[in-house]
Design a protein around this ligand. Structure first.
Ligand SMILES: Nc1ncnc2c1ncn2[C@@H]1O[C@H](COP(=O)(O)OP(=O)(O)O)[C@@H](O)[C@H]1O
Ligand SMILES: [Mg+2]
Length: 313
């Protein structure tokens, strides 16, 4: 988990944000400049650090910065930018109609995801140099998977567009009959986007640079969900190598009720160790209370550091 970029995934409520924050603290305390980014529409990173976070990075503590990116906001900001760029280019009578069309396009399925992906791409490419680690606290699996496979789809789509524009431009060149290739700013923009996606794809598929961590709890449904998610990601060449098994009943938890739970949990732990033989498992105990204060987070993060040492971390 010493990789530069870490994506942390799993179902809601299993402890993604808490473990992401704790891992980020571990790195920051090692003296590594670390950025933690929440892409989950159900943001709670700011709550964990007892501060308000938004799309711009904010310093949280020594060596640690955080931000929350929101698909809806990213898309709205992007659309505003497009409208601004058009000002002065379109005749005033047309402005309303053009804005209407842009608004319609922005409401189409996938537009917000695309805007969010653009932002993630920019973060990876731009902050890469400045930070030793970038940790993404992501949304539940389906959403993240779509996000990760987006560059693949977008590249195919952009290639189609590039091909079309090239044909049009070639025809135009012939029409002008001077053999000079026509200048096409749209072609250049598409080409640039394609190159960015390609660059990001290379980074996230490079196992030396990027790691995918799953957070789960020792329960039957979580085992099934994680198994499924790992398979799906594997099909897209993303390999989960590490799993945080969170909320494991500690040995000192007593009482007959907990004793019964522990017996059931033991079976689940046995099963998940079998199922996830190819992954490195890091077990984290269930605490008596939520991880609500910064002191508790610090304690949690110390525990995470200990659980990670002794293994390959
Ligand atoms: N090991 C743990 N022991 C006790 N409470 C935990 C533990 N891990 C997480 N929690 C609590 O569980 C809740 C959900 O955790 P959170 O990190 O927000 O999950 P997610 O981001 O996956 O939705 C929070 O209230 C958090 O404080
Ligand atoms: Mg969360």
């Amino acid at each position: 988990m010493k990789e530069k970029i870490v994506f942390i995934g799993g179902k809601g409520g299993v402890g993604k944000s808490t473990t992401s924050a704790a891992l980020a603290l571990v790195r920051a305390e090692e003296g590594k400049k670390t950025l933690i980014v929440s892409t989950d529409p159900a943001h709670n990173l700011g709550d964990i650090f007892h501060t308000k976070l938004n799309h711009e990075k904010k310093k949280l503590t020594d060596n640690l910065w955080g931000m929350e990116v929101d698909a809806h906001e990213e898309s709205a900001r992007y659309i505003e930018g497009v409208k601004k760029n058009l000002e002065g280019l379109v005749k005033s009578k047309m402005v309303e109609e053009v804005h209407r069309q842009i608004d319609m396009a922005s409401a189409s399925p996938g537009a917000e995801e695309a805007a969010l992906f653009d932002r993630i791409t920019a973060i990876i490419l731009e902050e890469n140099e400045q930070f030793d680690h970038i940790i993404f606290d992501t949304a539940p699996t389906g959403h993240t998977l779509r996000l990760l496979t987006l560059p693949e789809m977008m590249t195919v789509w952009i290639d189609g567009m590039l091909e079309k524009r090239k044909k049009t431009n070639d025809n135009y060149t012939q029409l002008l009959n001077d053999g000079e290739p026509v200048e096409d700013p749209i072609y250049d923009v598409l080409q640039e986007r394609r190159e960015k996606f390609e660059a990001v794809r290379e980074i996230v598929l490079d196992e030396e640079k990027t790691n995918f961590v799953f957070v789960m709890i020792p329960e039957r449904l979580s085992i099934l969900e994680t198994e499924q998610a790992i398979k799906q990601l594997h099909q897209h060449h993303f390999h989960i190598r590490d799993i945080f098994v969170n909320k494991v009943l500690p040995d000192y938890a007593d009482g007959t009720f907990l004793q019964k739970r522990r017996e059931v949990e033991k079976e689940h732990l046995k099963e998940l160790r079998e199922t996830f033989r190819n992954q490195q498992l890091v077990e984290i105990p269930l605490y008596e209370e939520d991880i609500a204060t910064l002191a508790q987070l610090k304690d949690f993060s110390n525990h995470l550091r200990h659980s990670m040492t002794g293994s390959k971390y």
